[in-house]
Design a protein around this ligand. Structure first.
Ligand code: NAD
Ligand code: 0WE
Length: 265
């Protein structure tokens, strides 16, 4: 098929082979895309460089989205190296760890709320704004990663919930603005996956097993399952889809009830 042949894609948010960004990169490469990677912090540089090489790429660039300079420098580097860009994958989320435990009402702070919004939501708008000049006239697509906590109260997701709600709204405003230019903007709301961002969240393991039991398909989704949908949404096959949240959650959200309440399959 190779439905991304001739497309150039920036993949942000690679931290390990388990990252959702890694699953997206594998699927996009399989479908013929040329890949560009960004990474946060020099510690990650060797890992992302090795992963990029495994997918035929040596275009690897630093990006901390809290830095306007980094965002500008990334846009300049991509322009210089590739001339243009078809696809941007935003797979970045962060809140201070202390706020992802206990009750929202007891742990929310002005500082933590602001950081979650800045890194997890504003950064999508900032990337779109900086990279737009590279995407003109190419039927491009932007994609971000959300979670059900945007619209339902999920225990301990706390300050990330409002940040993902803000991200999903940001996605719709970008889609409205960029539609006339032929650029599509979408989100995937993924089910829980054991990545670095999930490791160390207390209760995540029990949540994974409950989610599995409560899902229609009785499995937890993998980064590669998310990757396949991401590749489709960013391809010309999805030319009629923009401003939408697509659920890649094994049919968790649509269920009203299960016989066991998720405690067993
Ligand atoms: P991950 O830890 O592999 O990736 C998170 C990435 O965010 C890392 O690469 C990290 O470097 C990057 N990041 C954090 N702060 C940054 C900053 N200031 N500048 C640049 N990069 C920064 O975890 P993941 O699960 O692959 O997360 C990717 C996205 O998927 C996130 O938006 C997350 O909210 C979302 N998501 C995750 C799950 C899940 O259960 N794992 C489910 C739904 C949505
Ligand atoms: O979006 C996420 C993870 C977001 C995340 C994770 C961390 C851990 C490390 C944001 N910031 C941080 N900060 C850190 O210091 N997910 C969708 C995965 C996730 O995280 C949860 C979940 C799920 C699902 C936290 C609590 C409850 C459920």
């Amino acid at each position: 098929m190779a439905f991304l042949q001739g497309k150039t894609a920036l993949i942000t948010g690679f931290a390990s082979e388990r990252s959702i960004a890694a699953g997206i990169a594998r699927a996009m490469r399989r479908e013929g895309a040329e890949l560009i990677f960004s990474y946060q912090g020099e510690k990650l540089a060797p890992r992302v460089t090795e992963f990029a090489a495994s997918l035929g790429s040596d275009s690897v660039h630093p990006l901390d989205v809290s830095s306007d300079d980094d965002i500008e420098a990334l846009a300049a580097a991509i322009k210089e190296r590739h001339g243009g860009l078809d696809i941007v994958v935003h797979s970045i989320g962060f809140a201070p760890r202390d706020e992802l435990q206990g009750r929202f009402v007891d742990n929310v702070t002005r500082q933590g709320f602001g950081v979650a919004q800045d890194i997890s939501a504003y950064s999508f708008a900032a990337l779109a704004r900086a990279l737009l000049p590279l995407m003109q006239g190419r039927q491009g697509a932007l994609l971000t990663l959300s979670y059900l906590g945007a619209e339902r109260a999920v225990p301990r997701y706390n300050v990330m919930g409002p940040a993902k709600a803000s991200l999903e709204s940001t996605m719709r405003y970008l889609a409205a603005d960029l539609g006339p230019e032929g650029i599509r903007v979408n989100a995937i709301s993924a089910g829980p996956i054991k990545t670095l961002a999930a490791a160390g969240i207390s209760g995540f393991r029990s949540m994974l097993s409950k989610a599995e039991g409560m899902s229609a398909l009785k499995h937890n989704v993998s980064a590669d399952e998310v990757g396949n949908v991401a590749a489709f949404l960013c391809s010309d096959l999805a030319s009629g889809i923009t401003g939408e949240v697509t659920y890649v959650d094994a049919g968790f959200r649509m269920m009203g009830f299960t016989e066991s309440g998720g405690e067993e399959k």
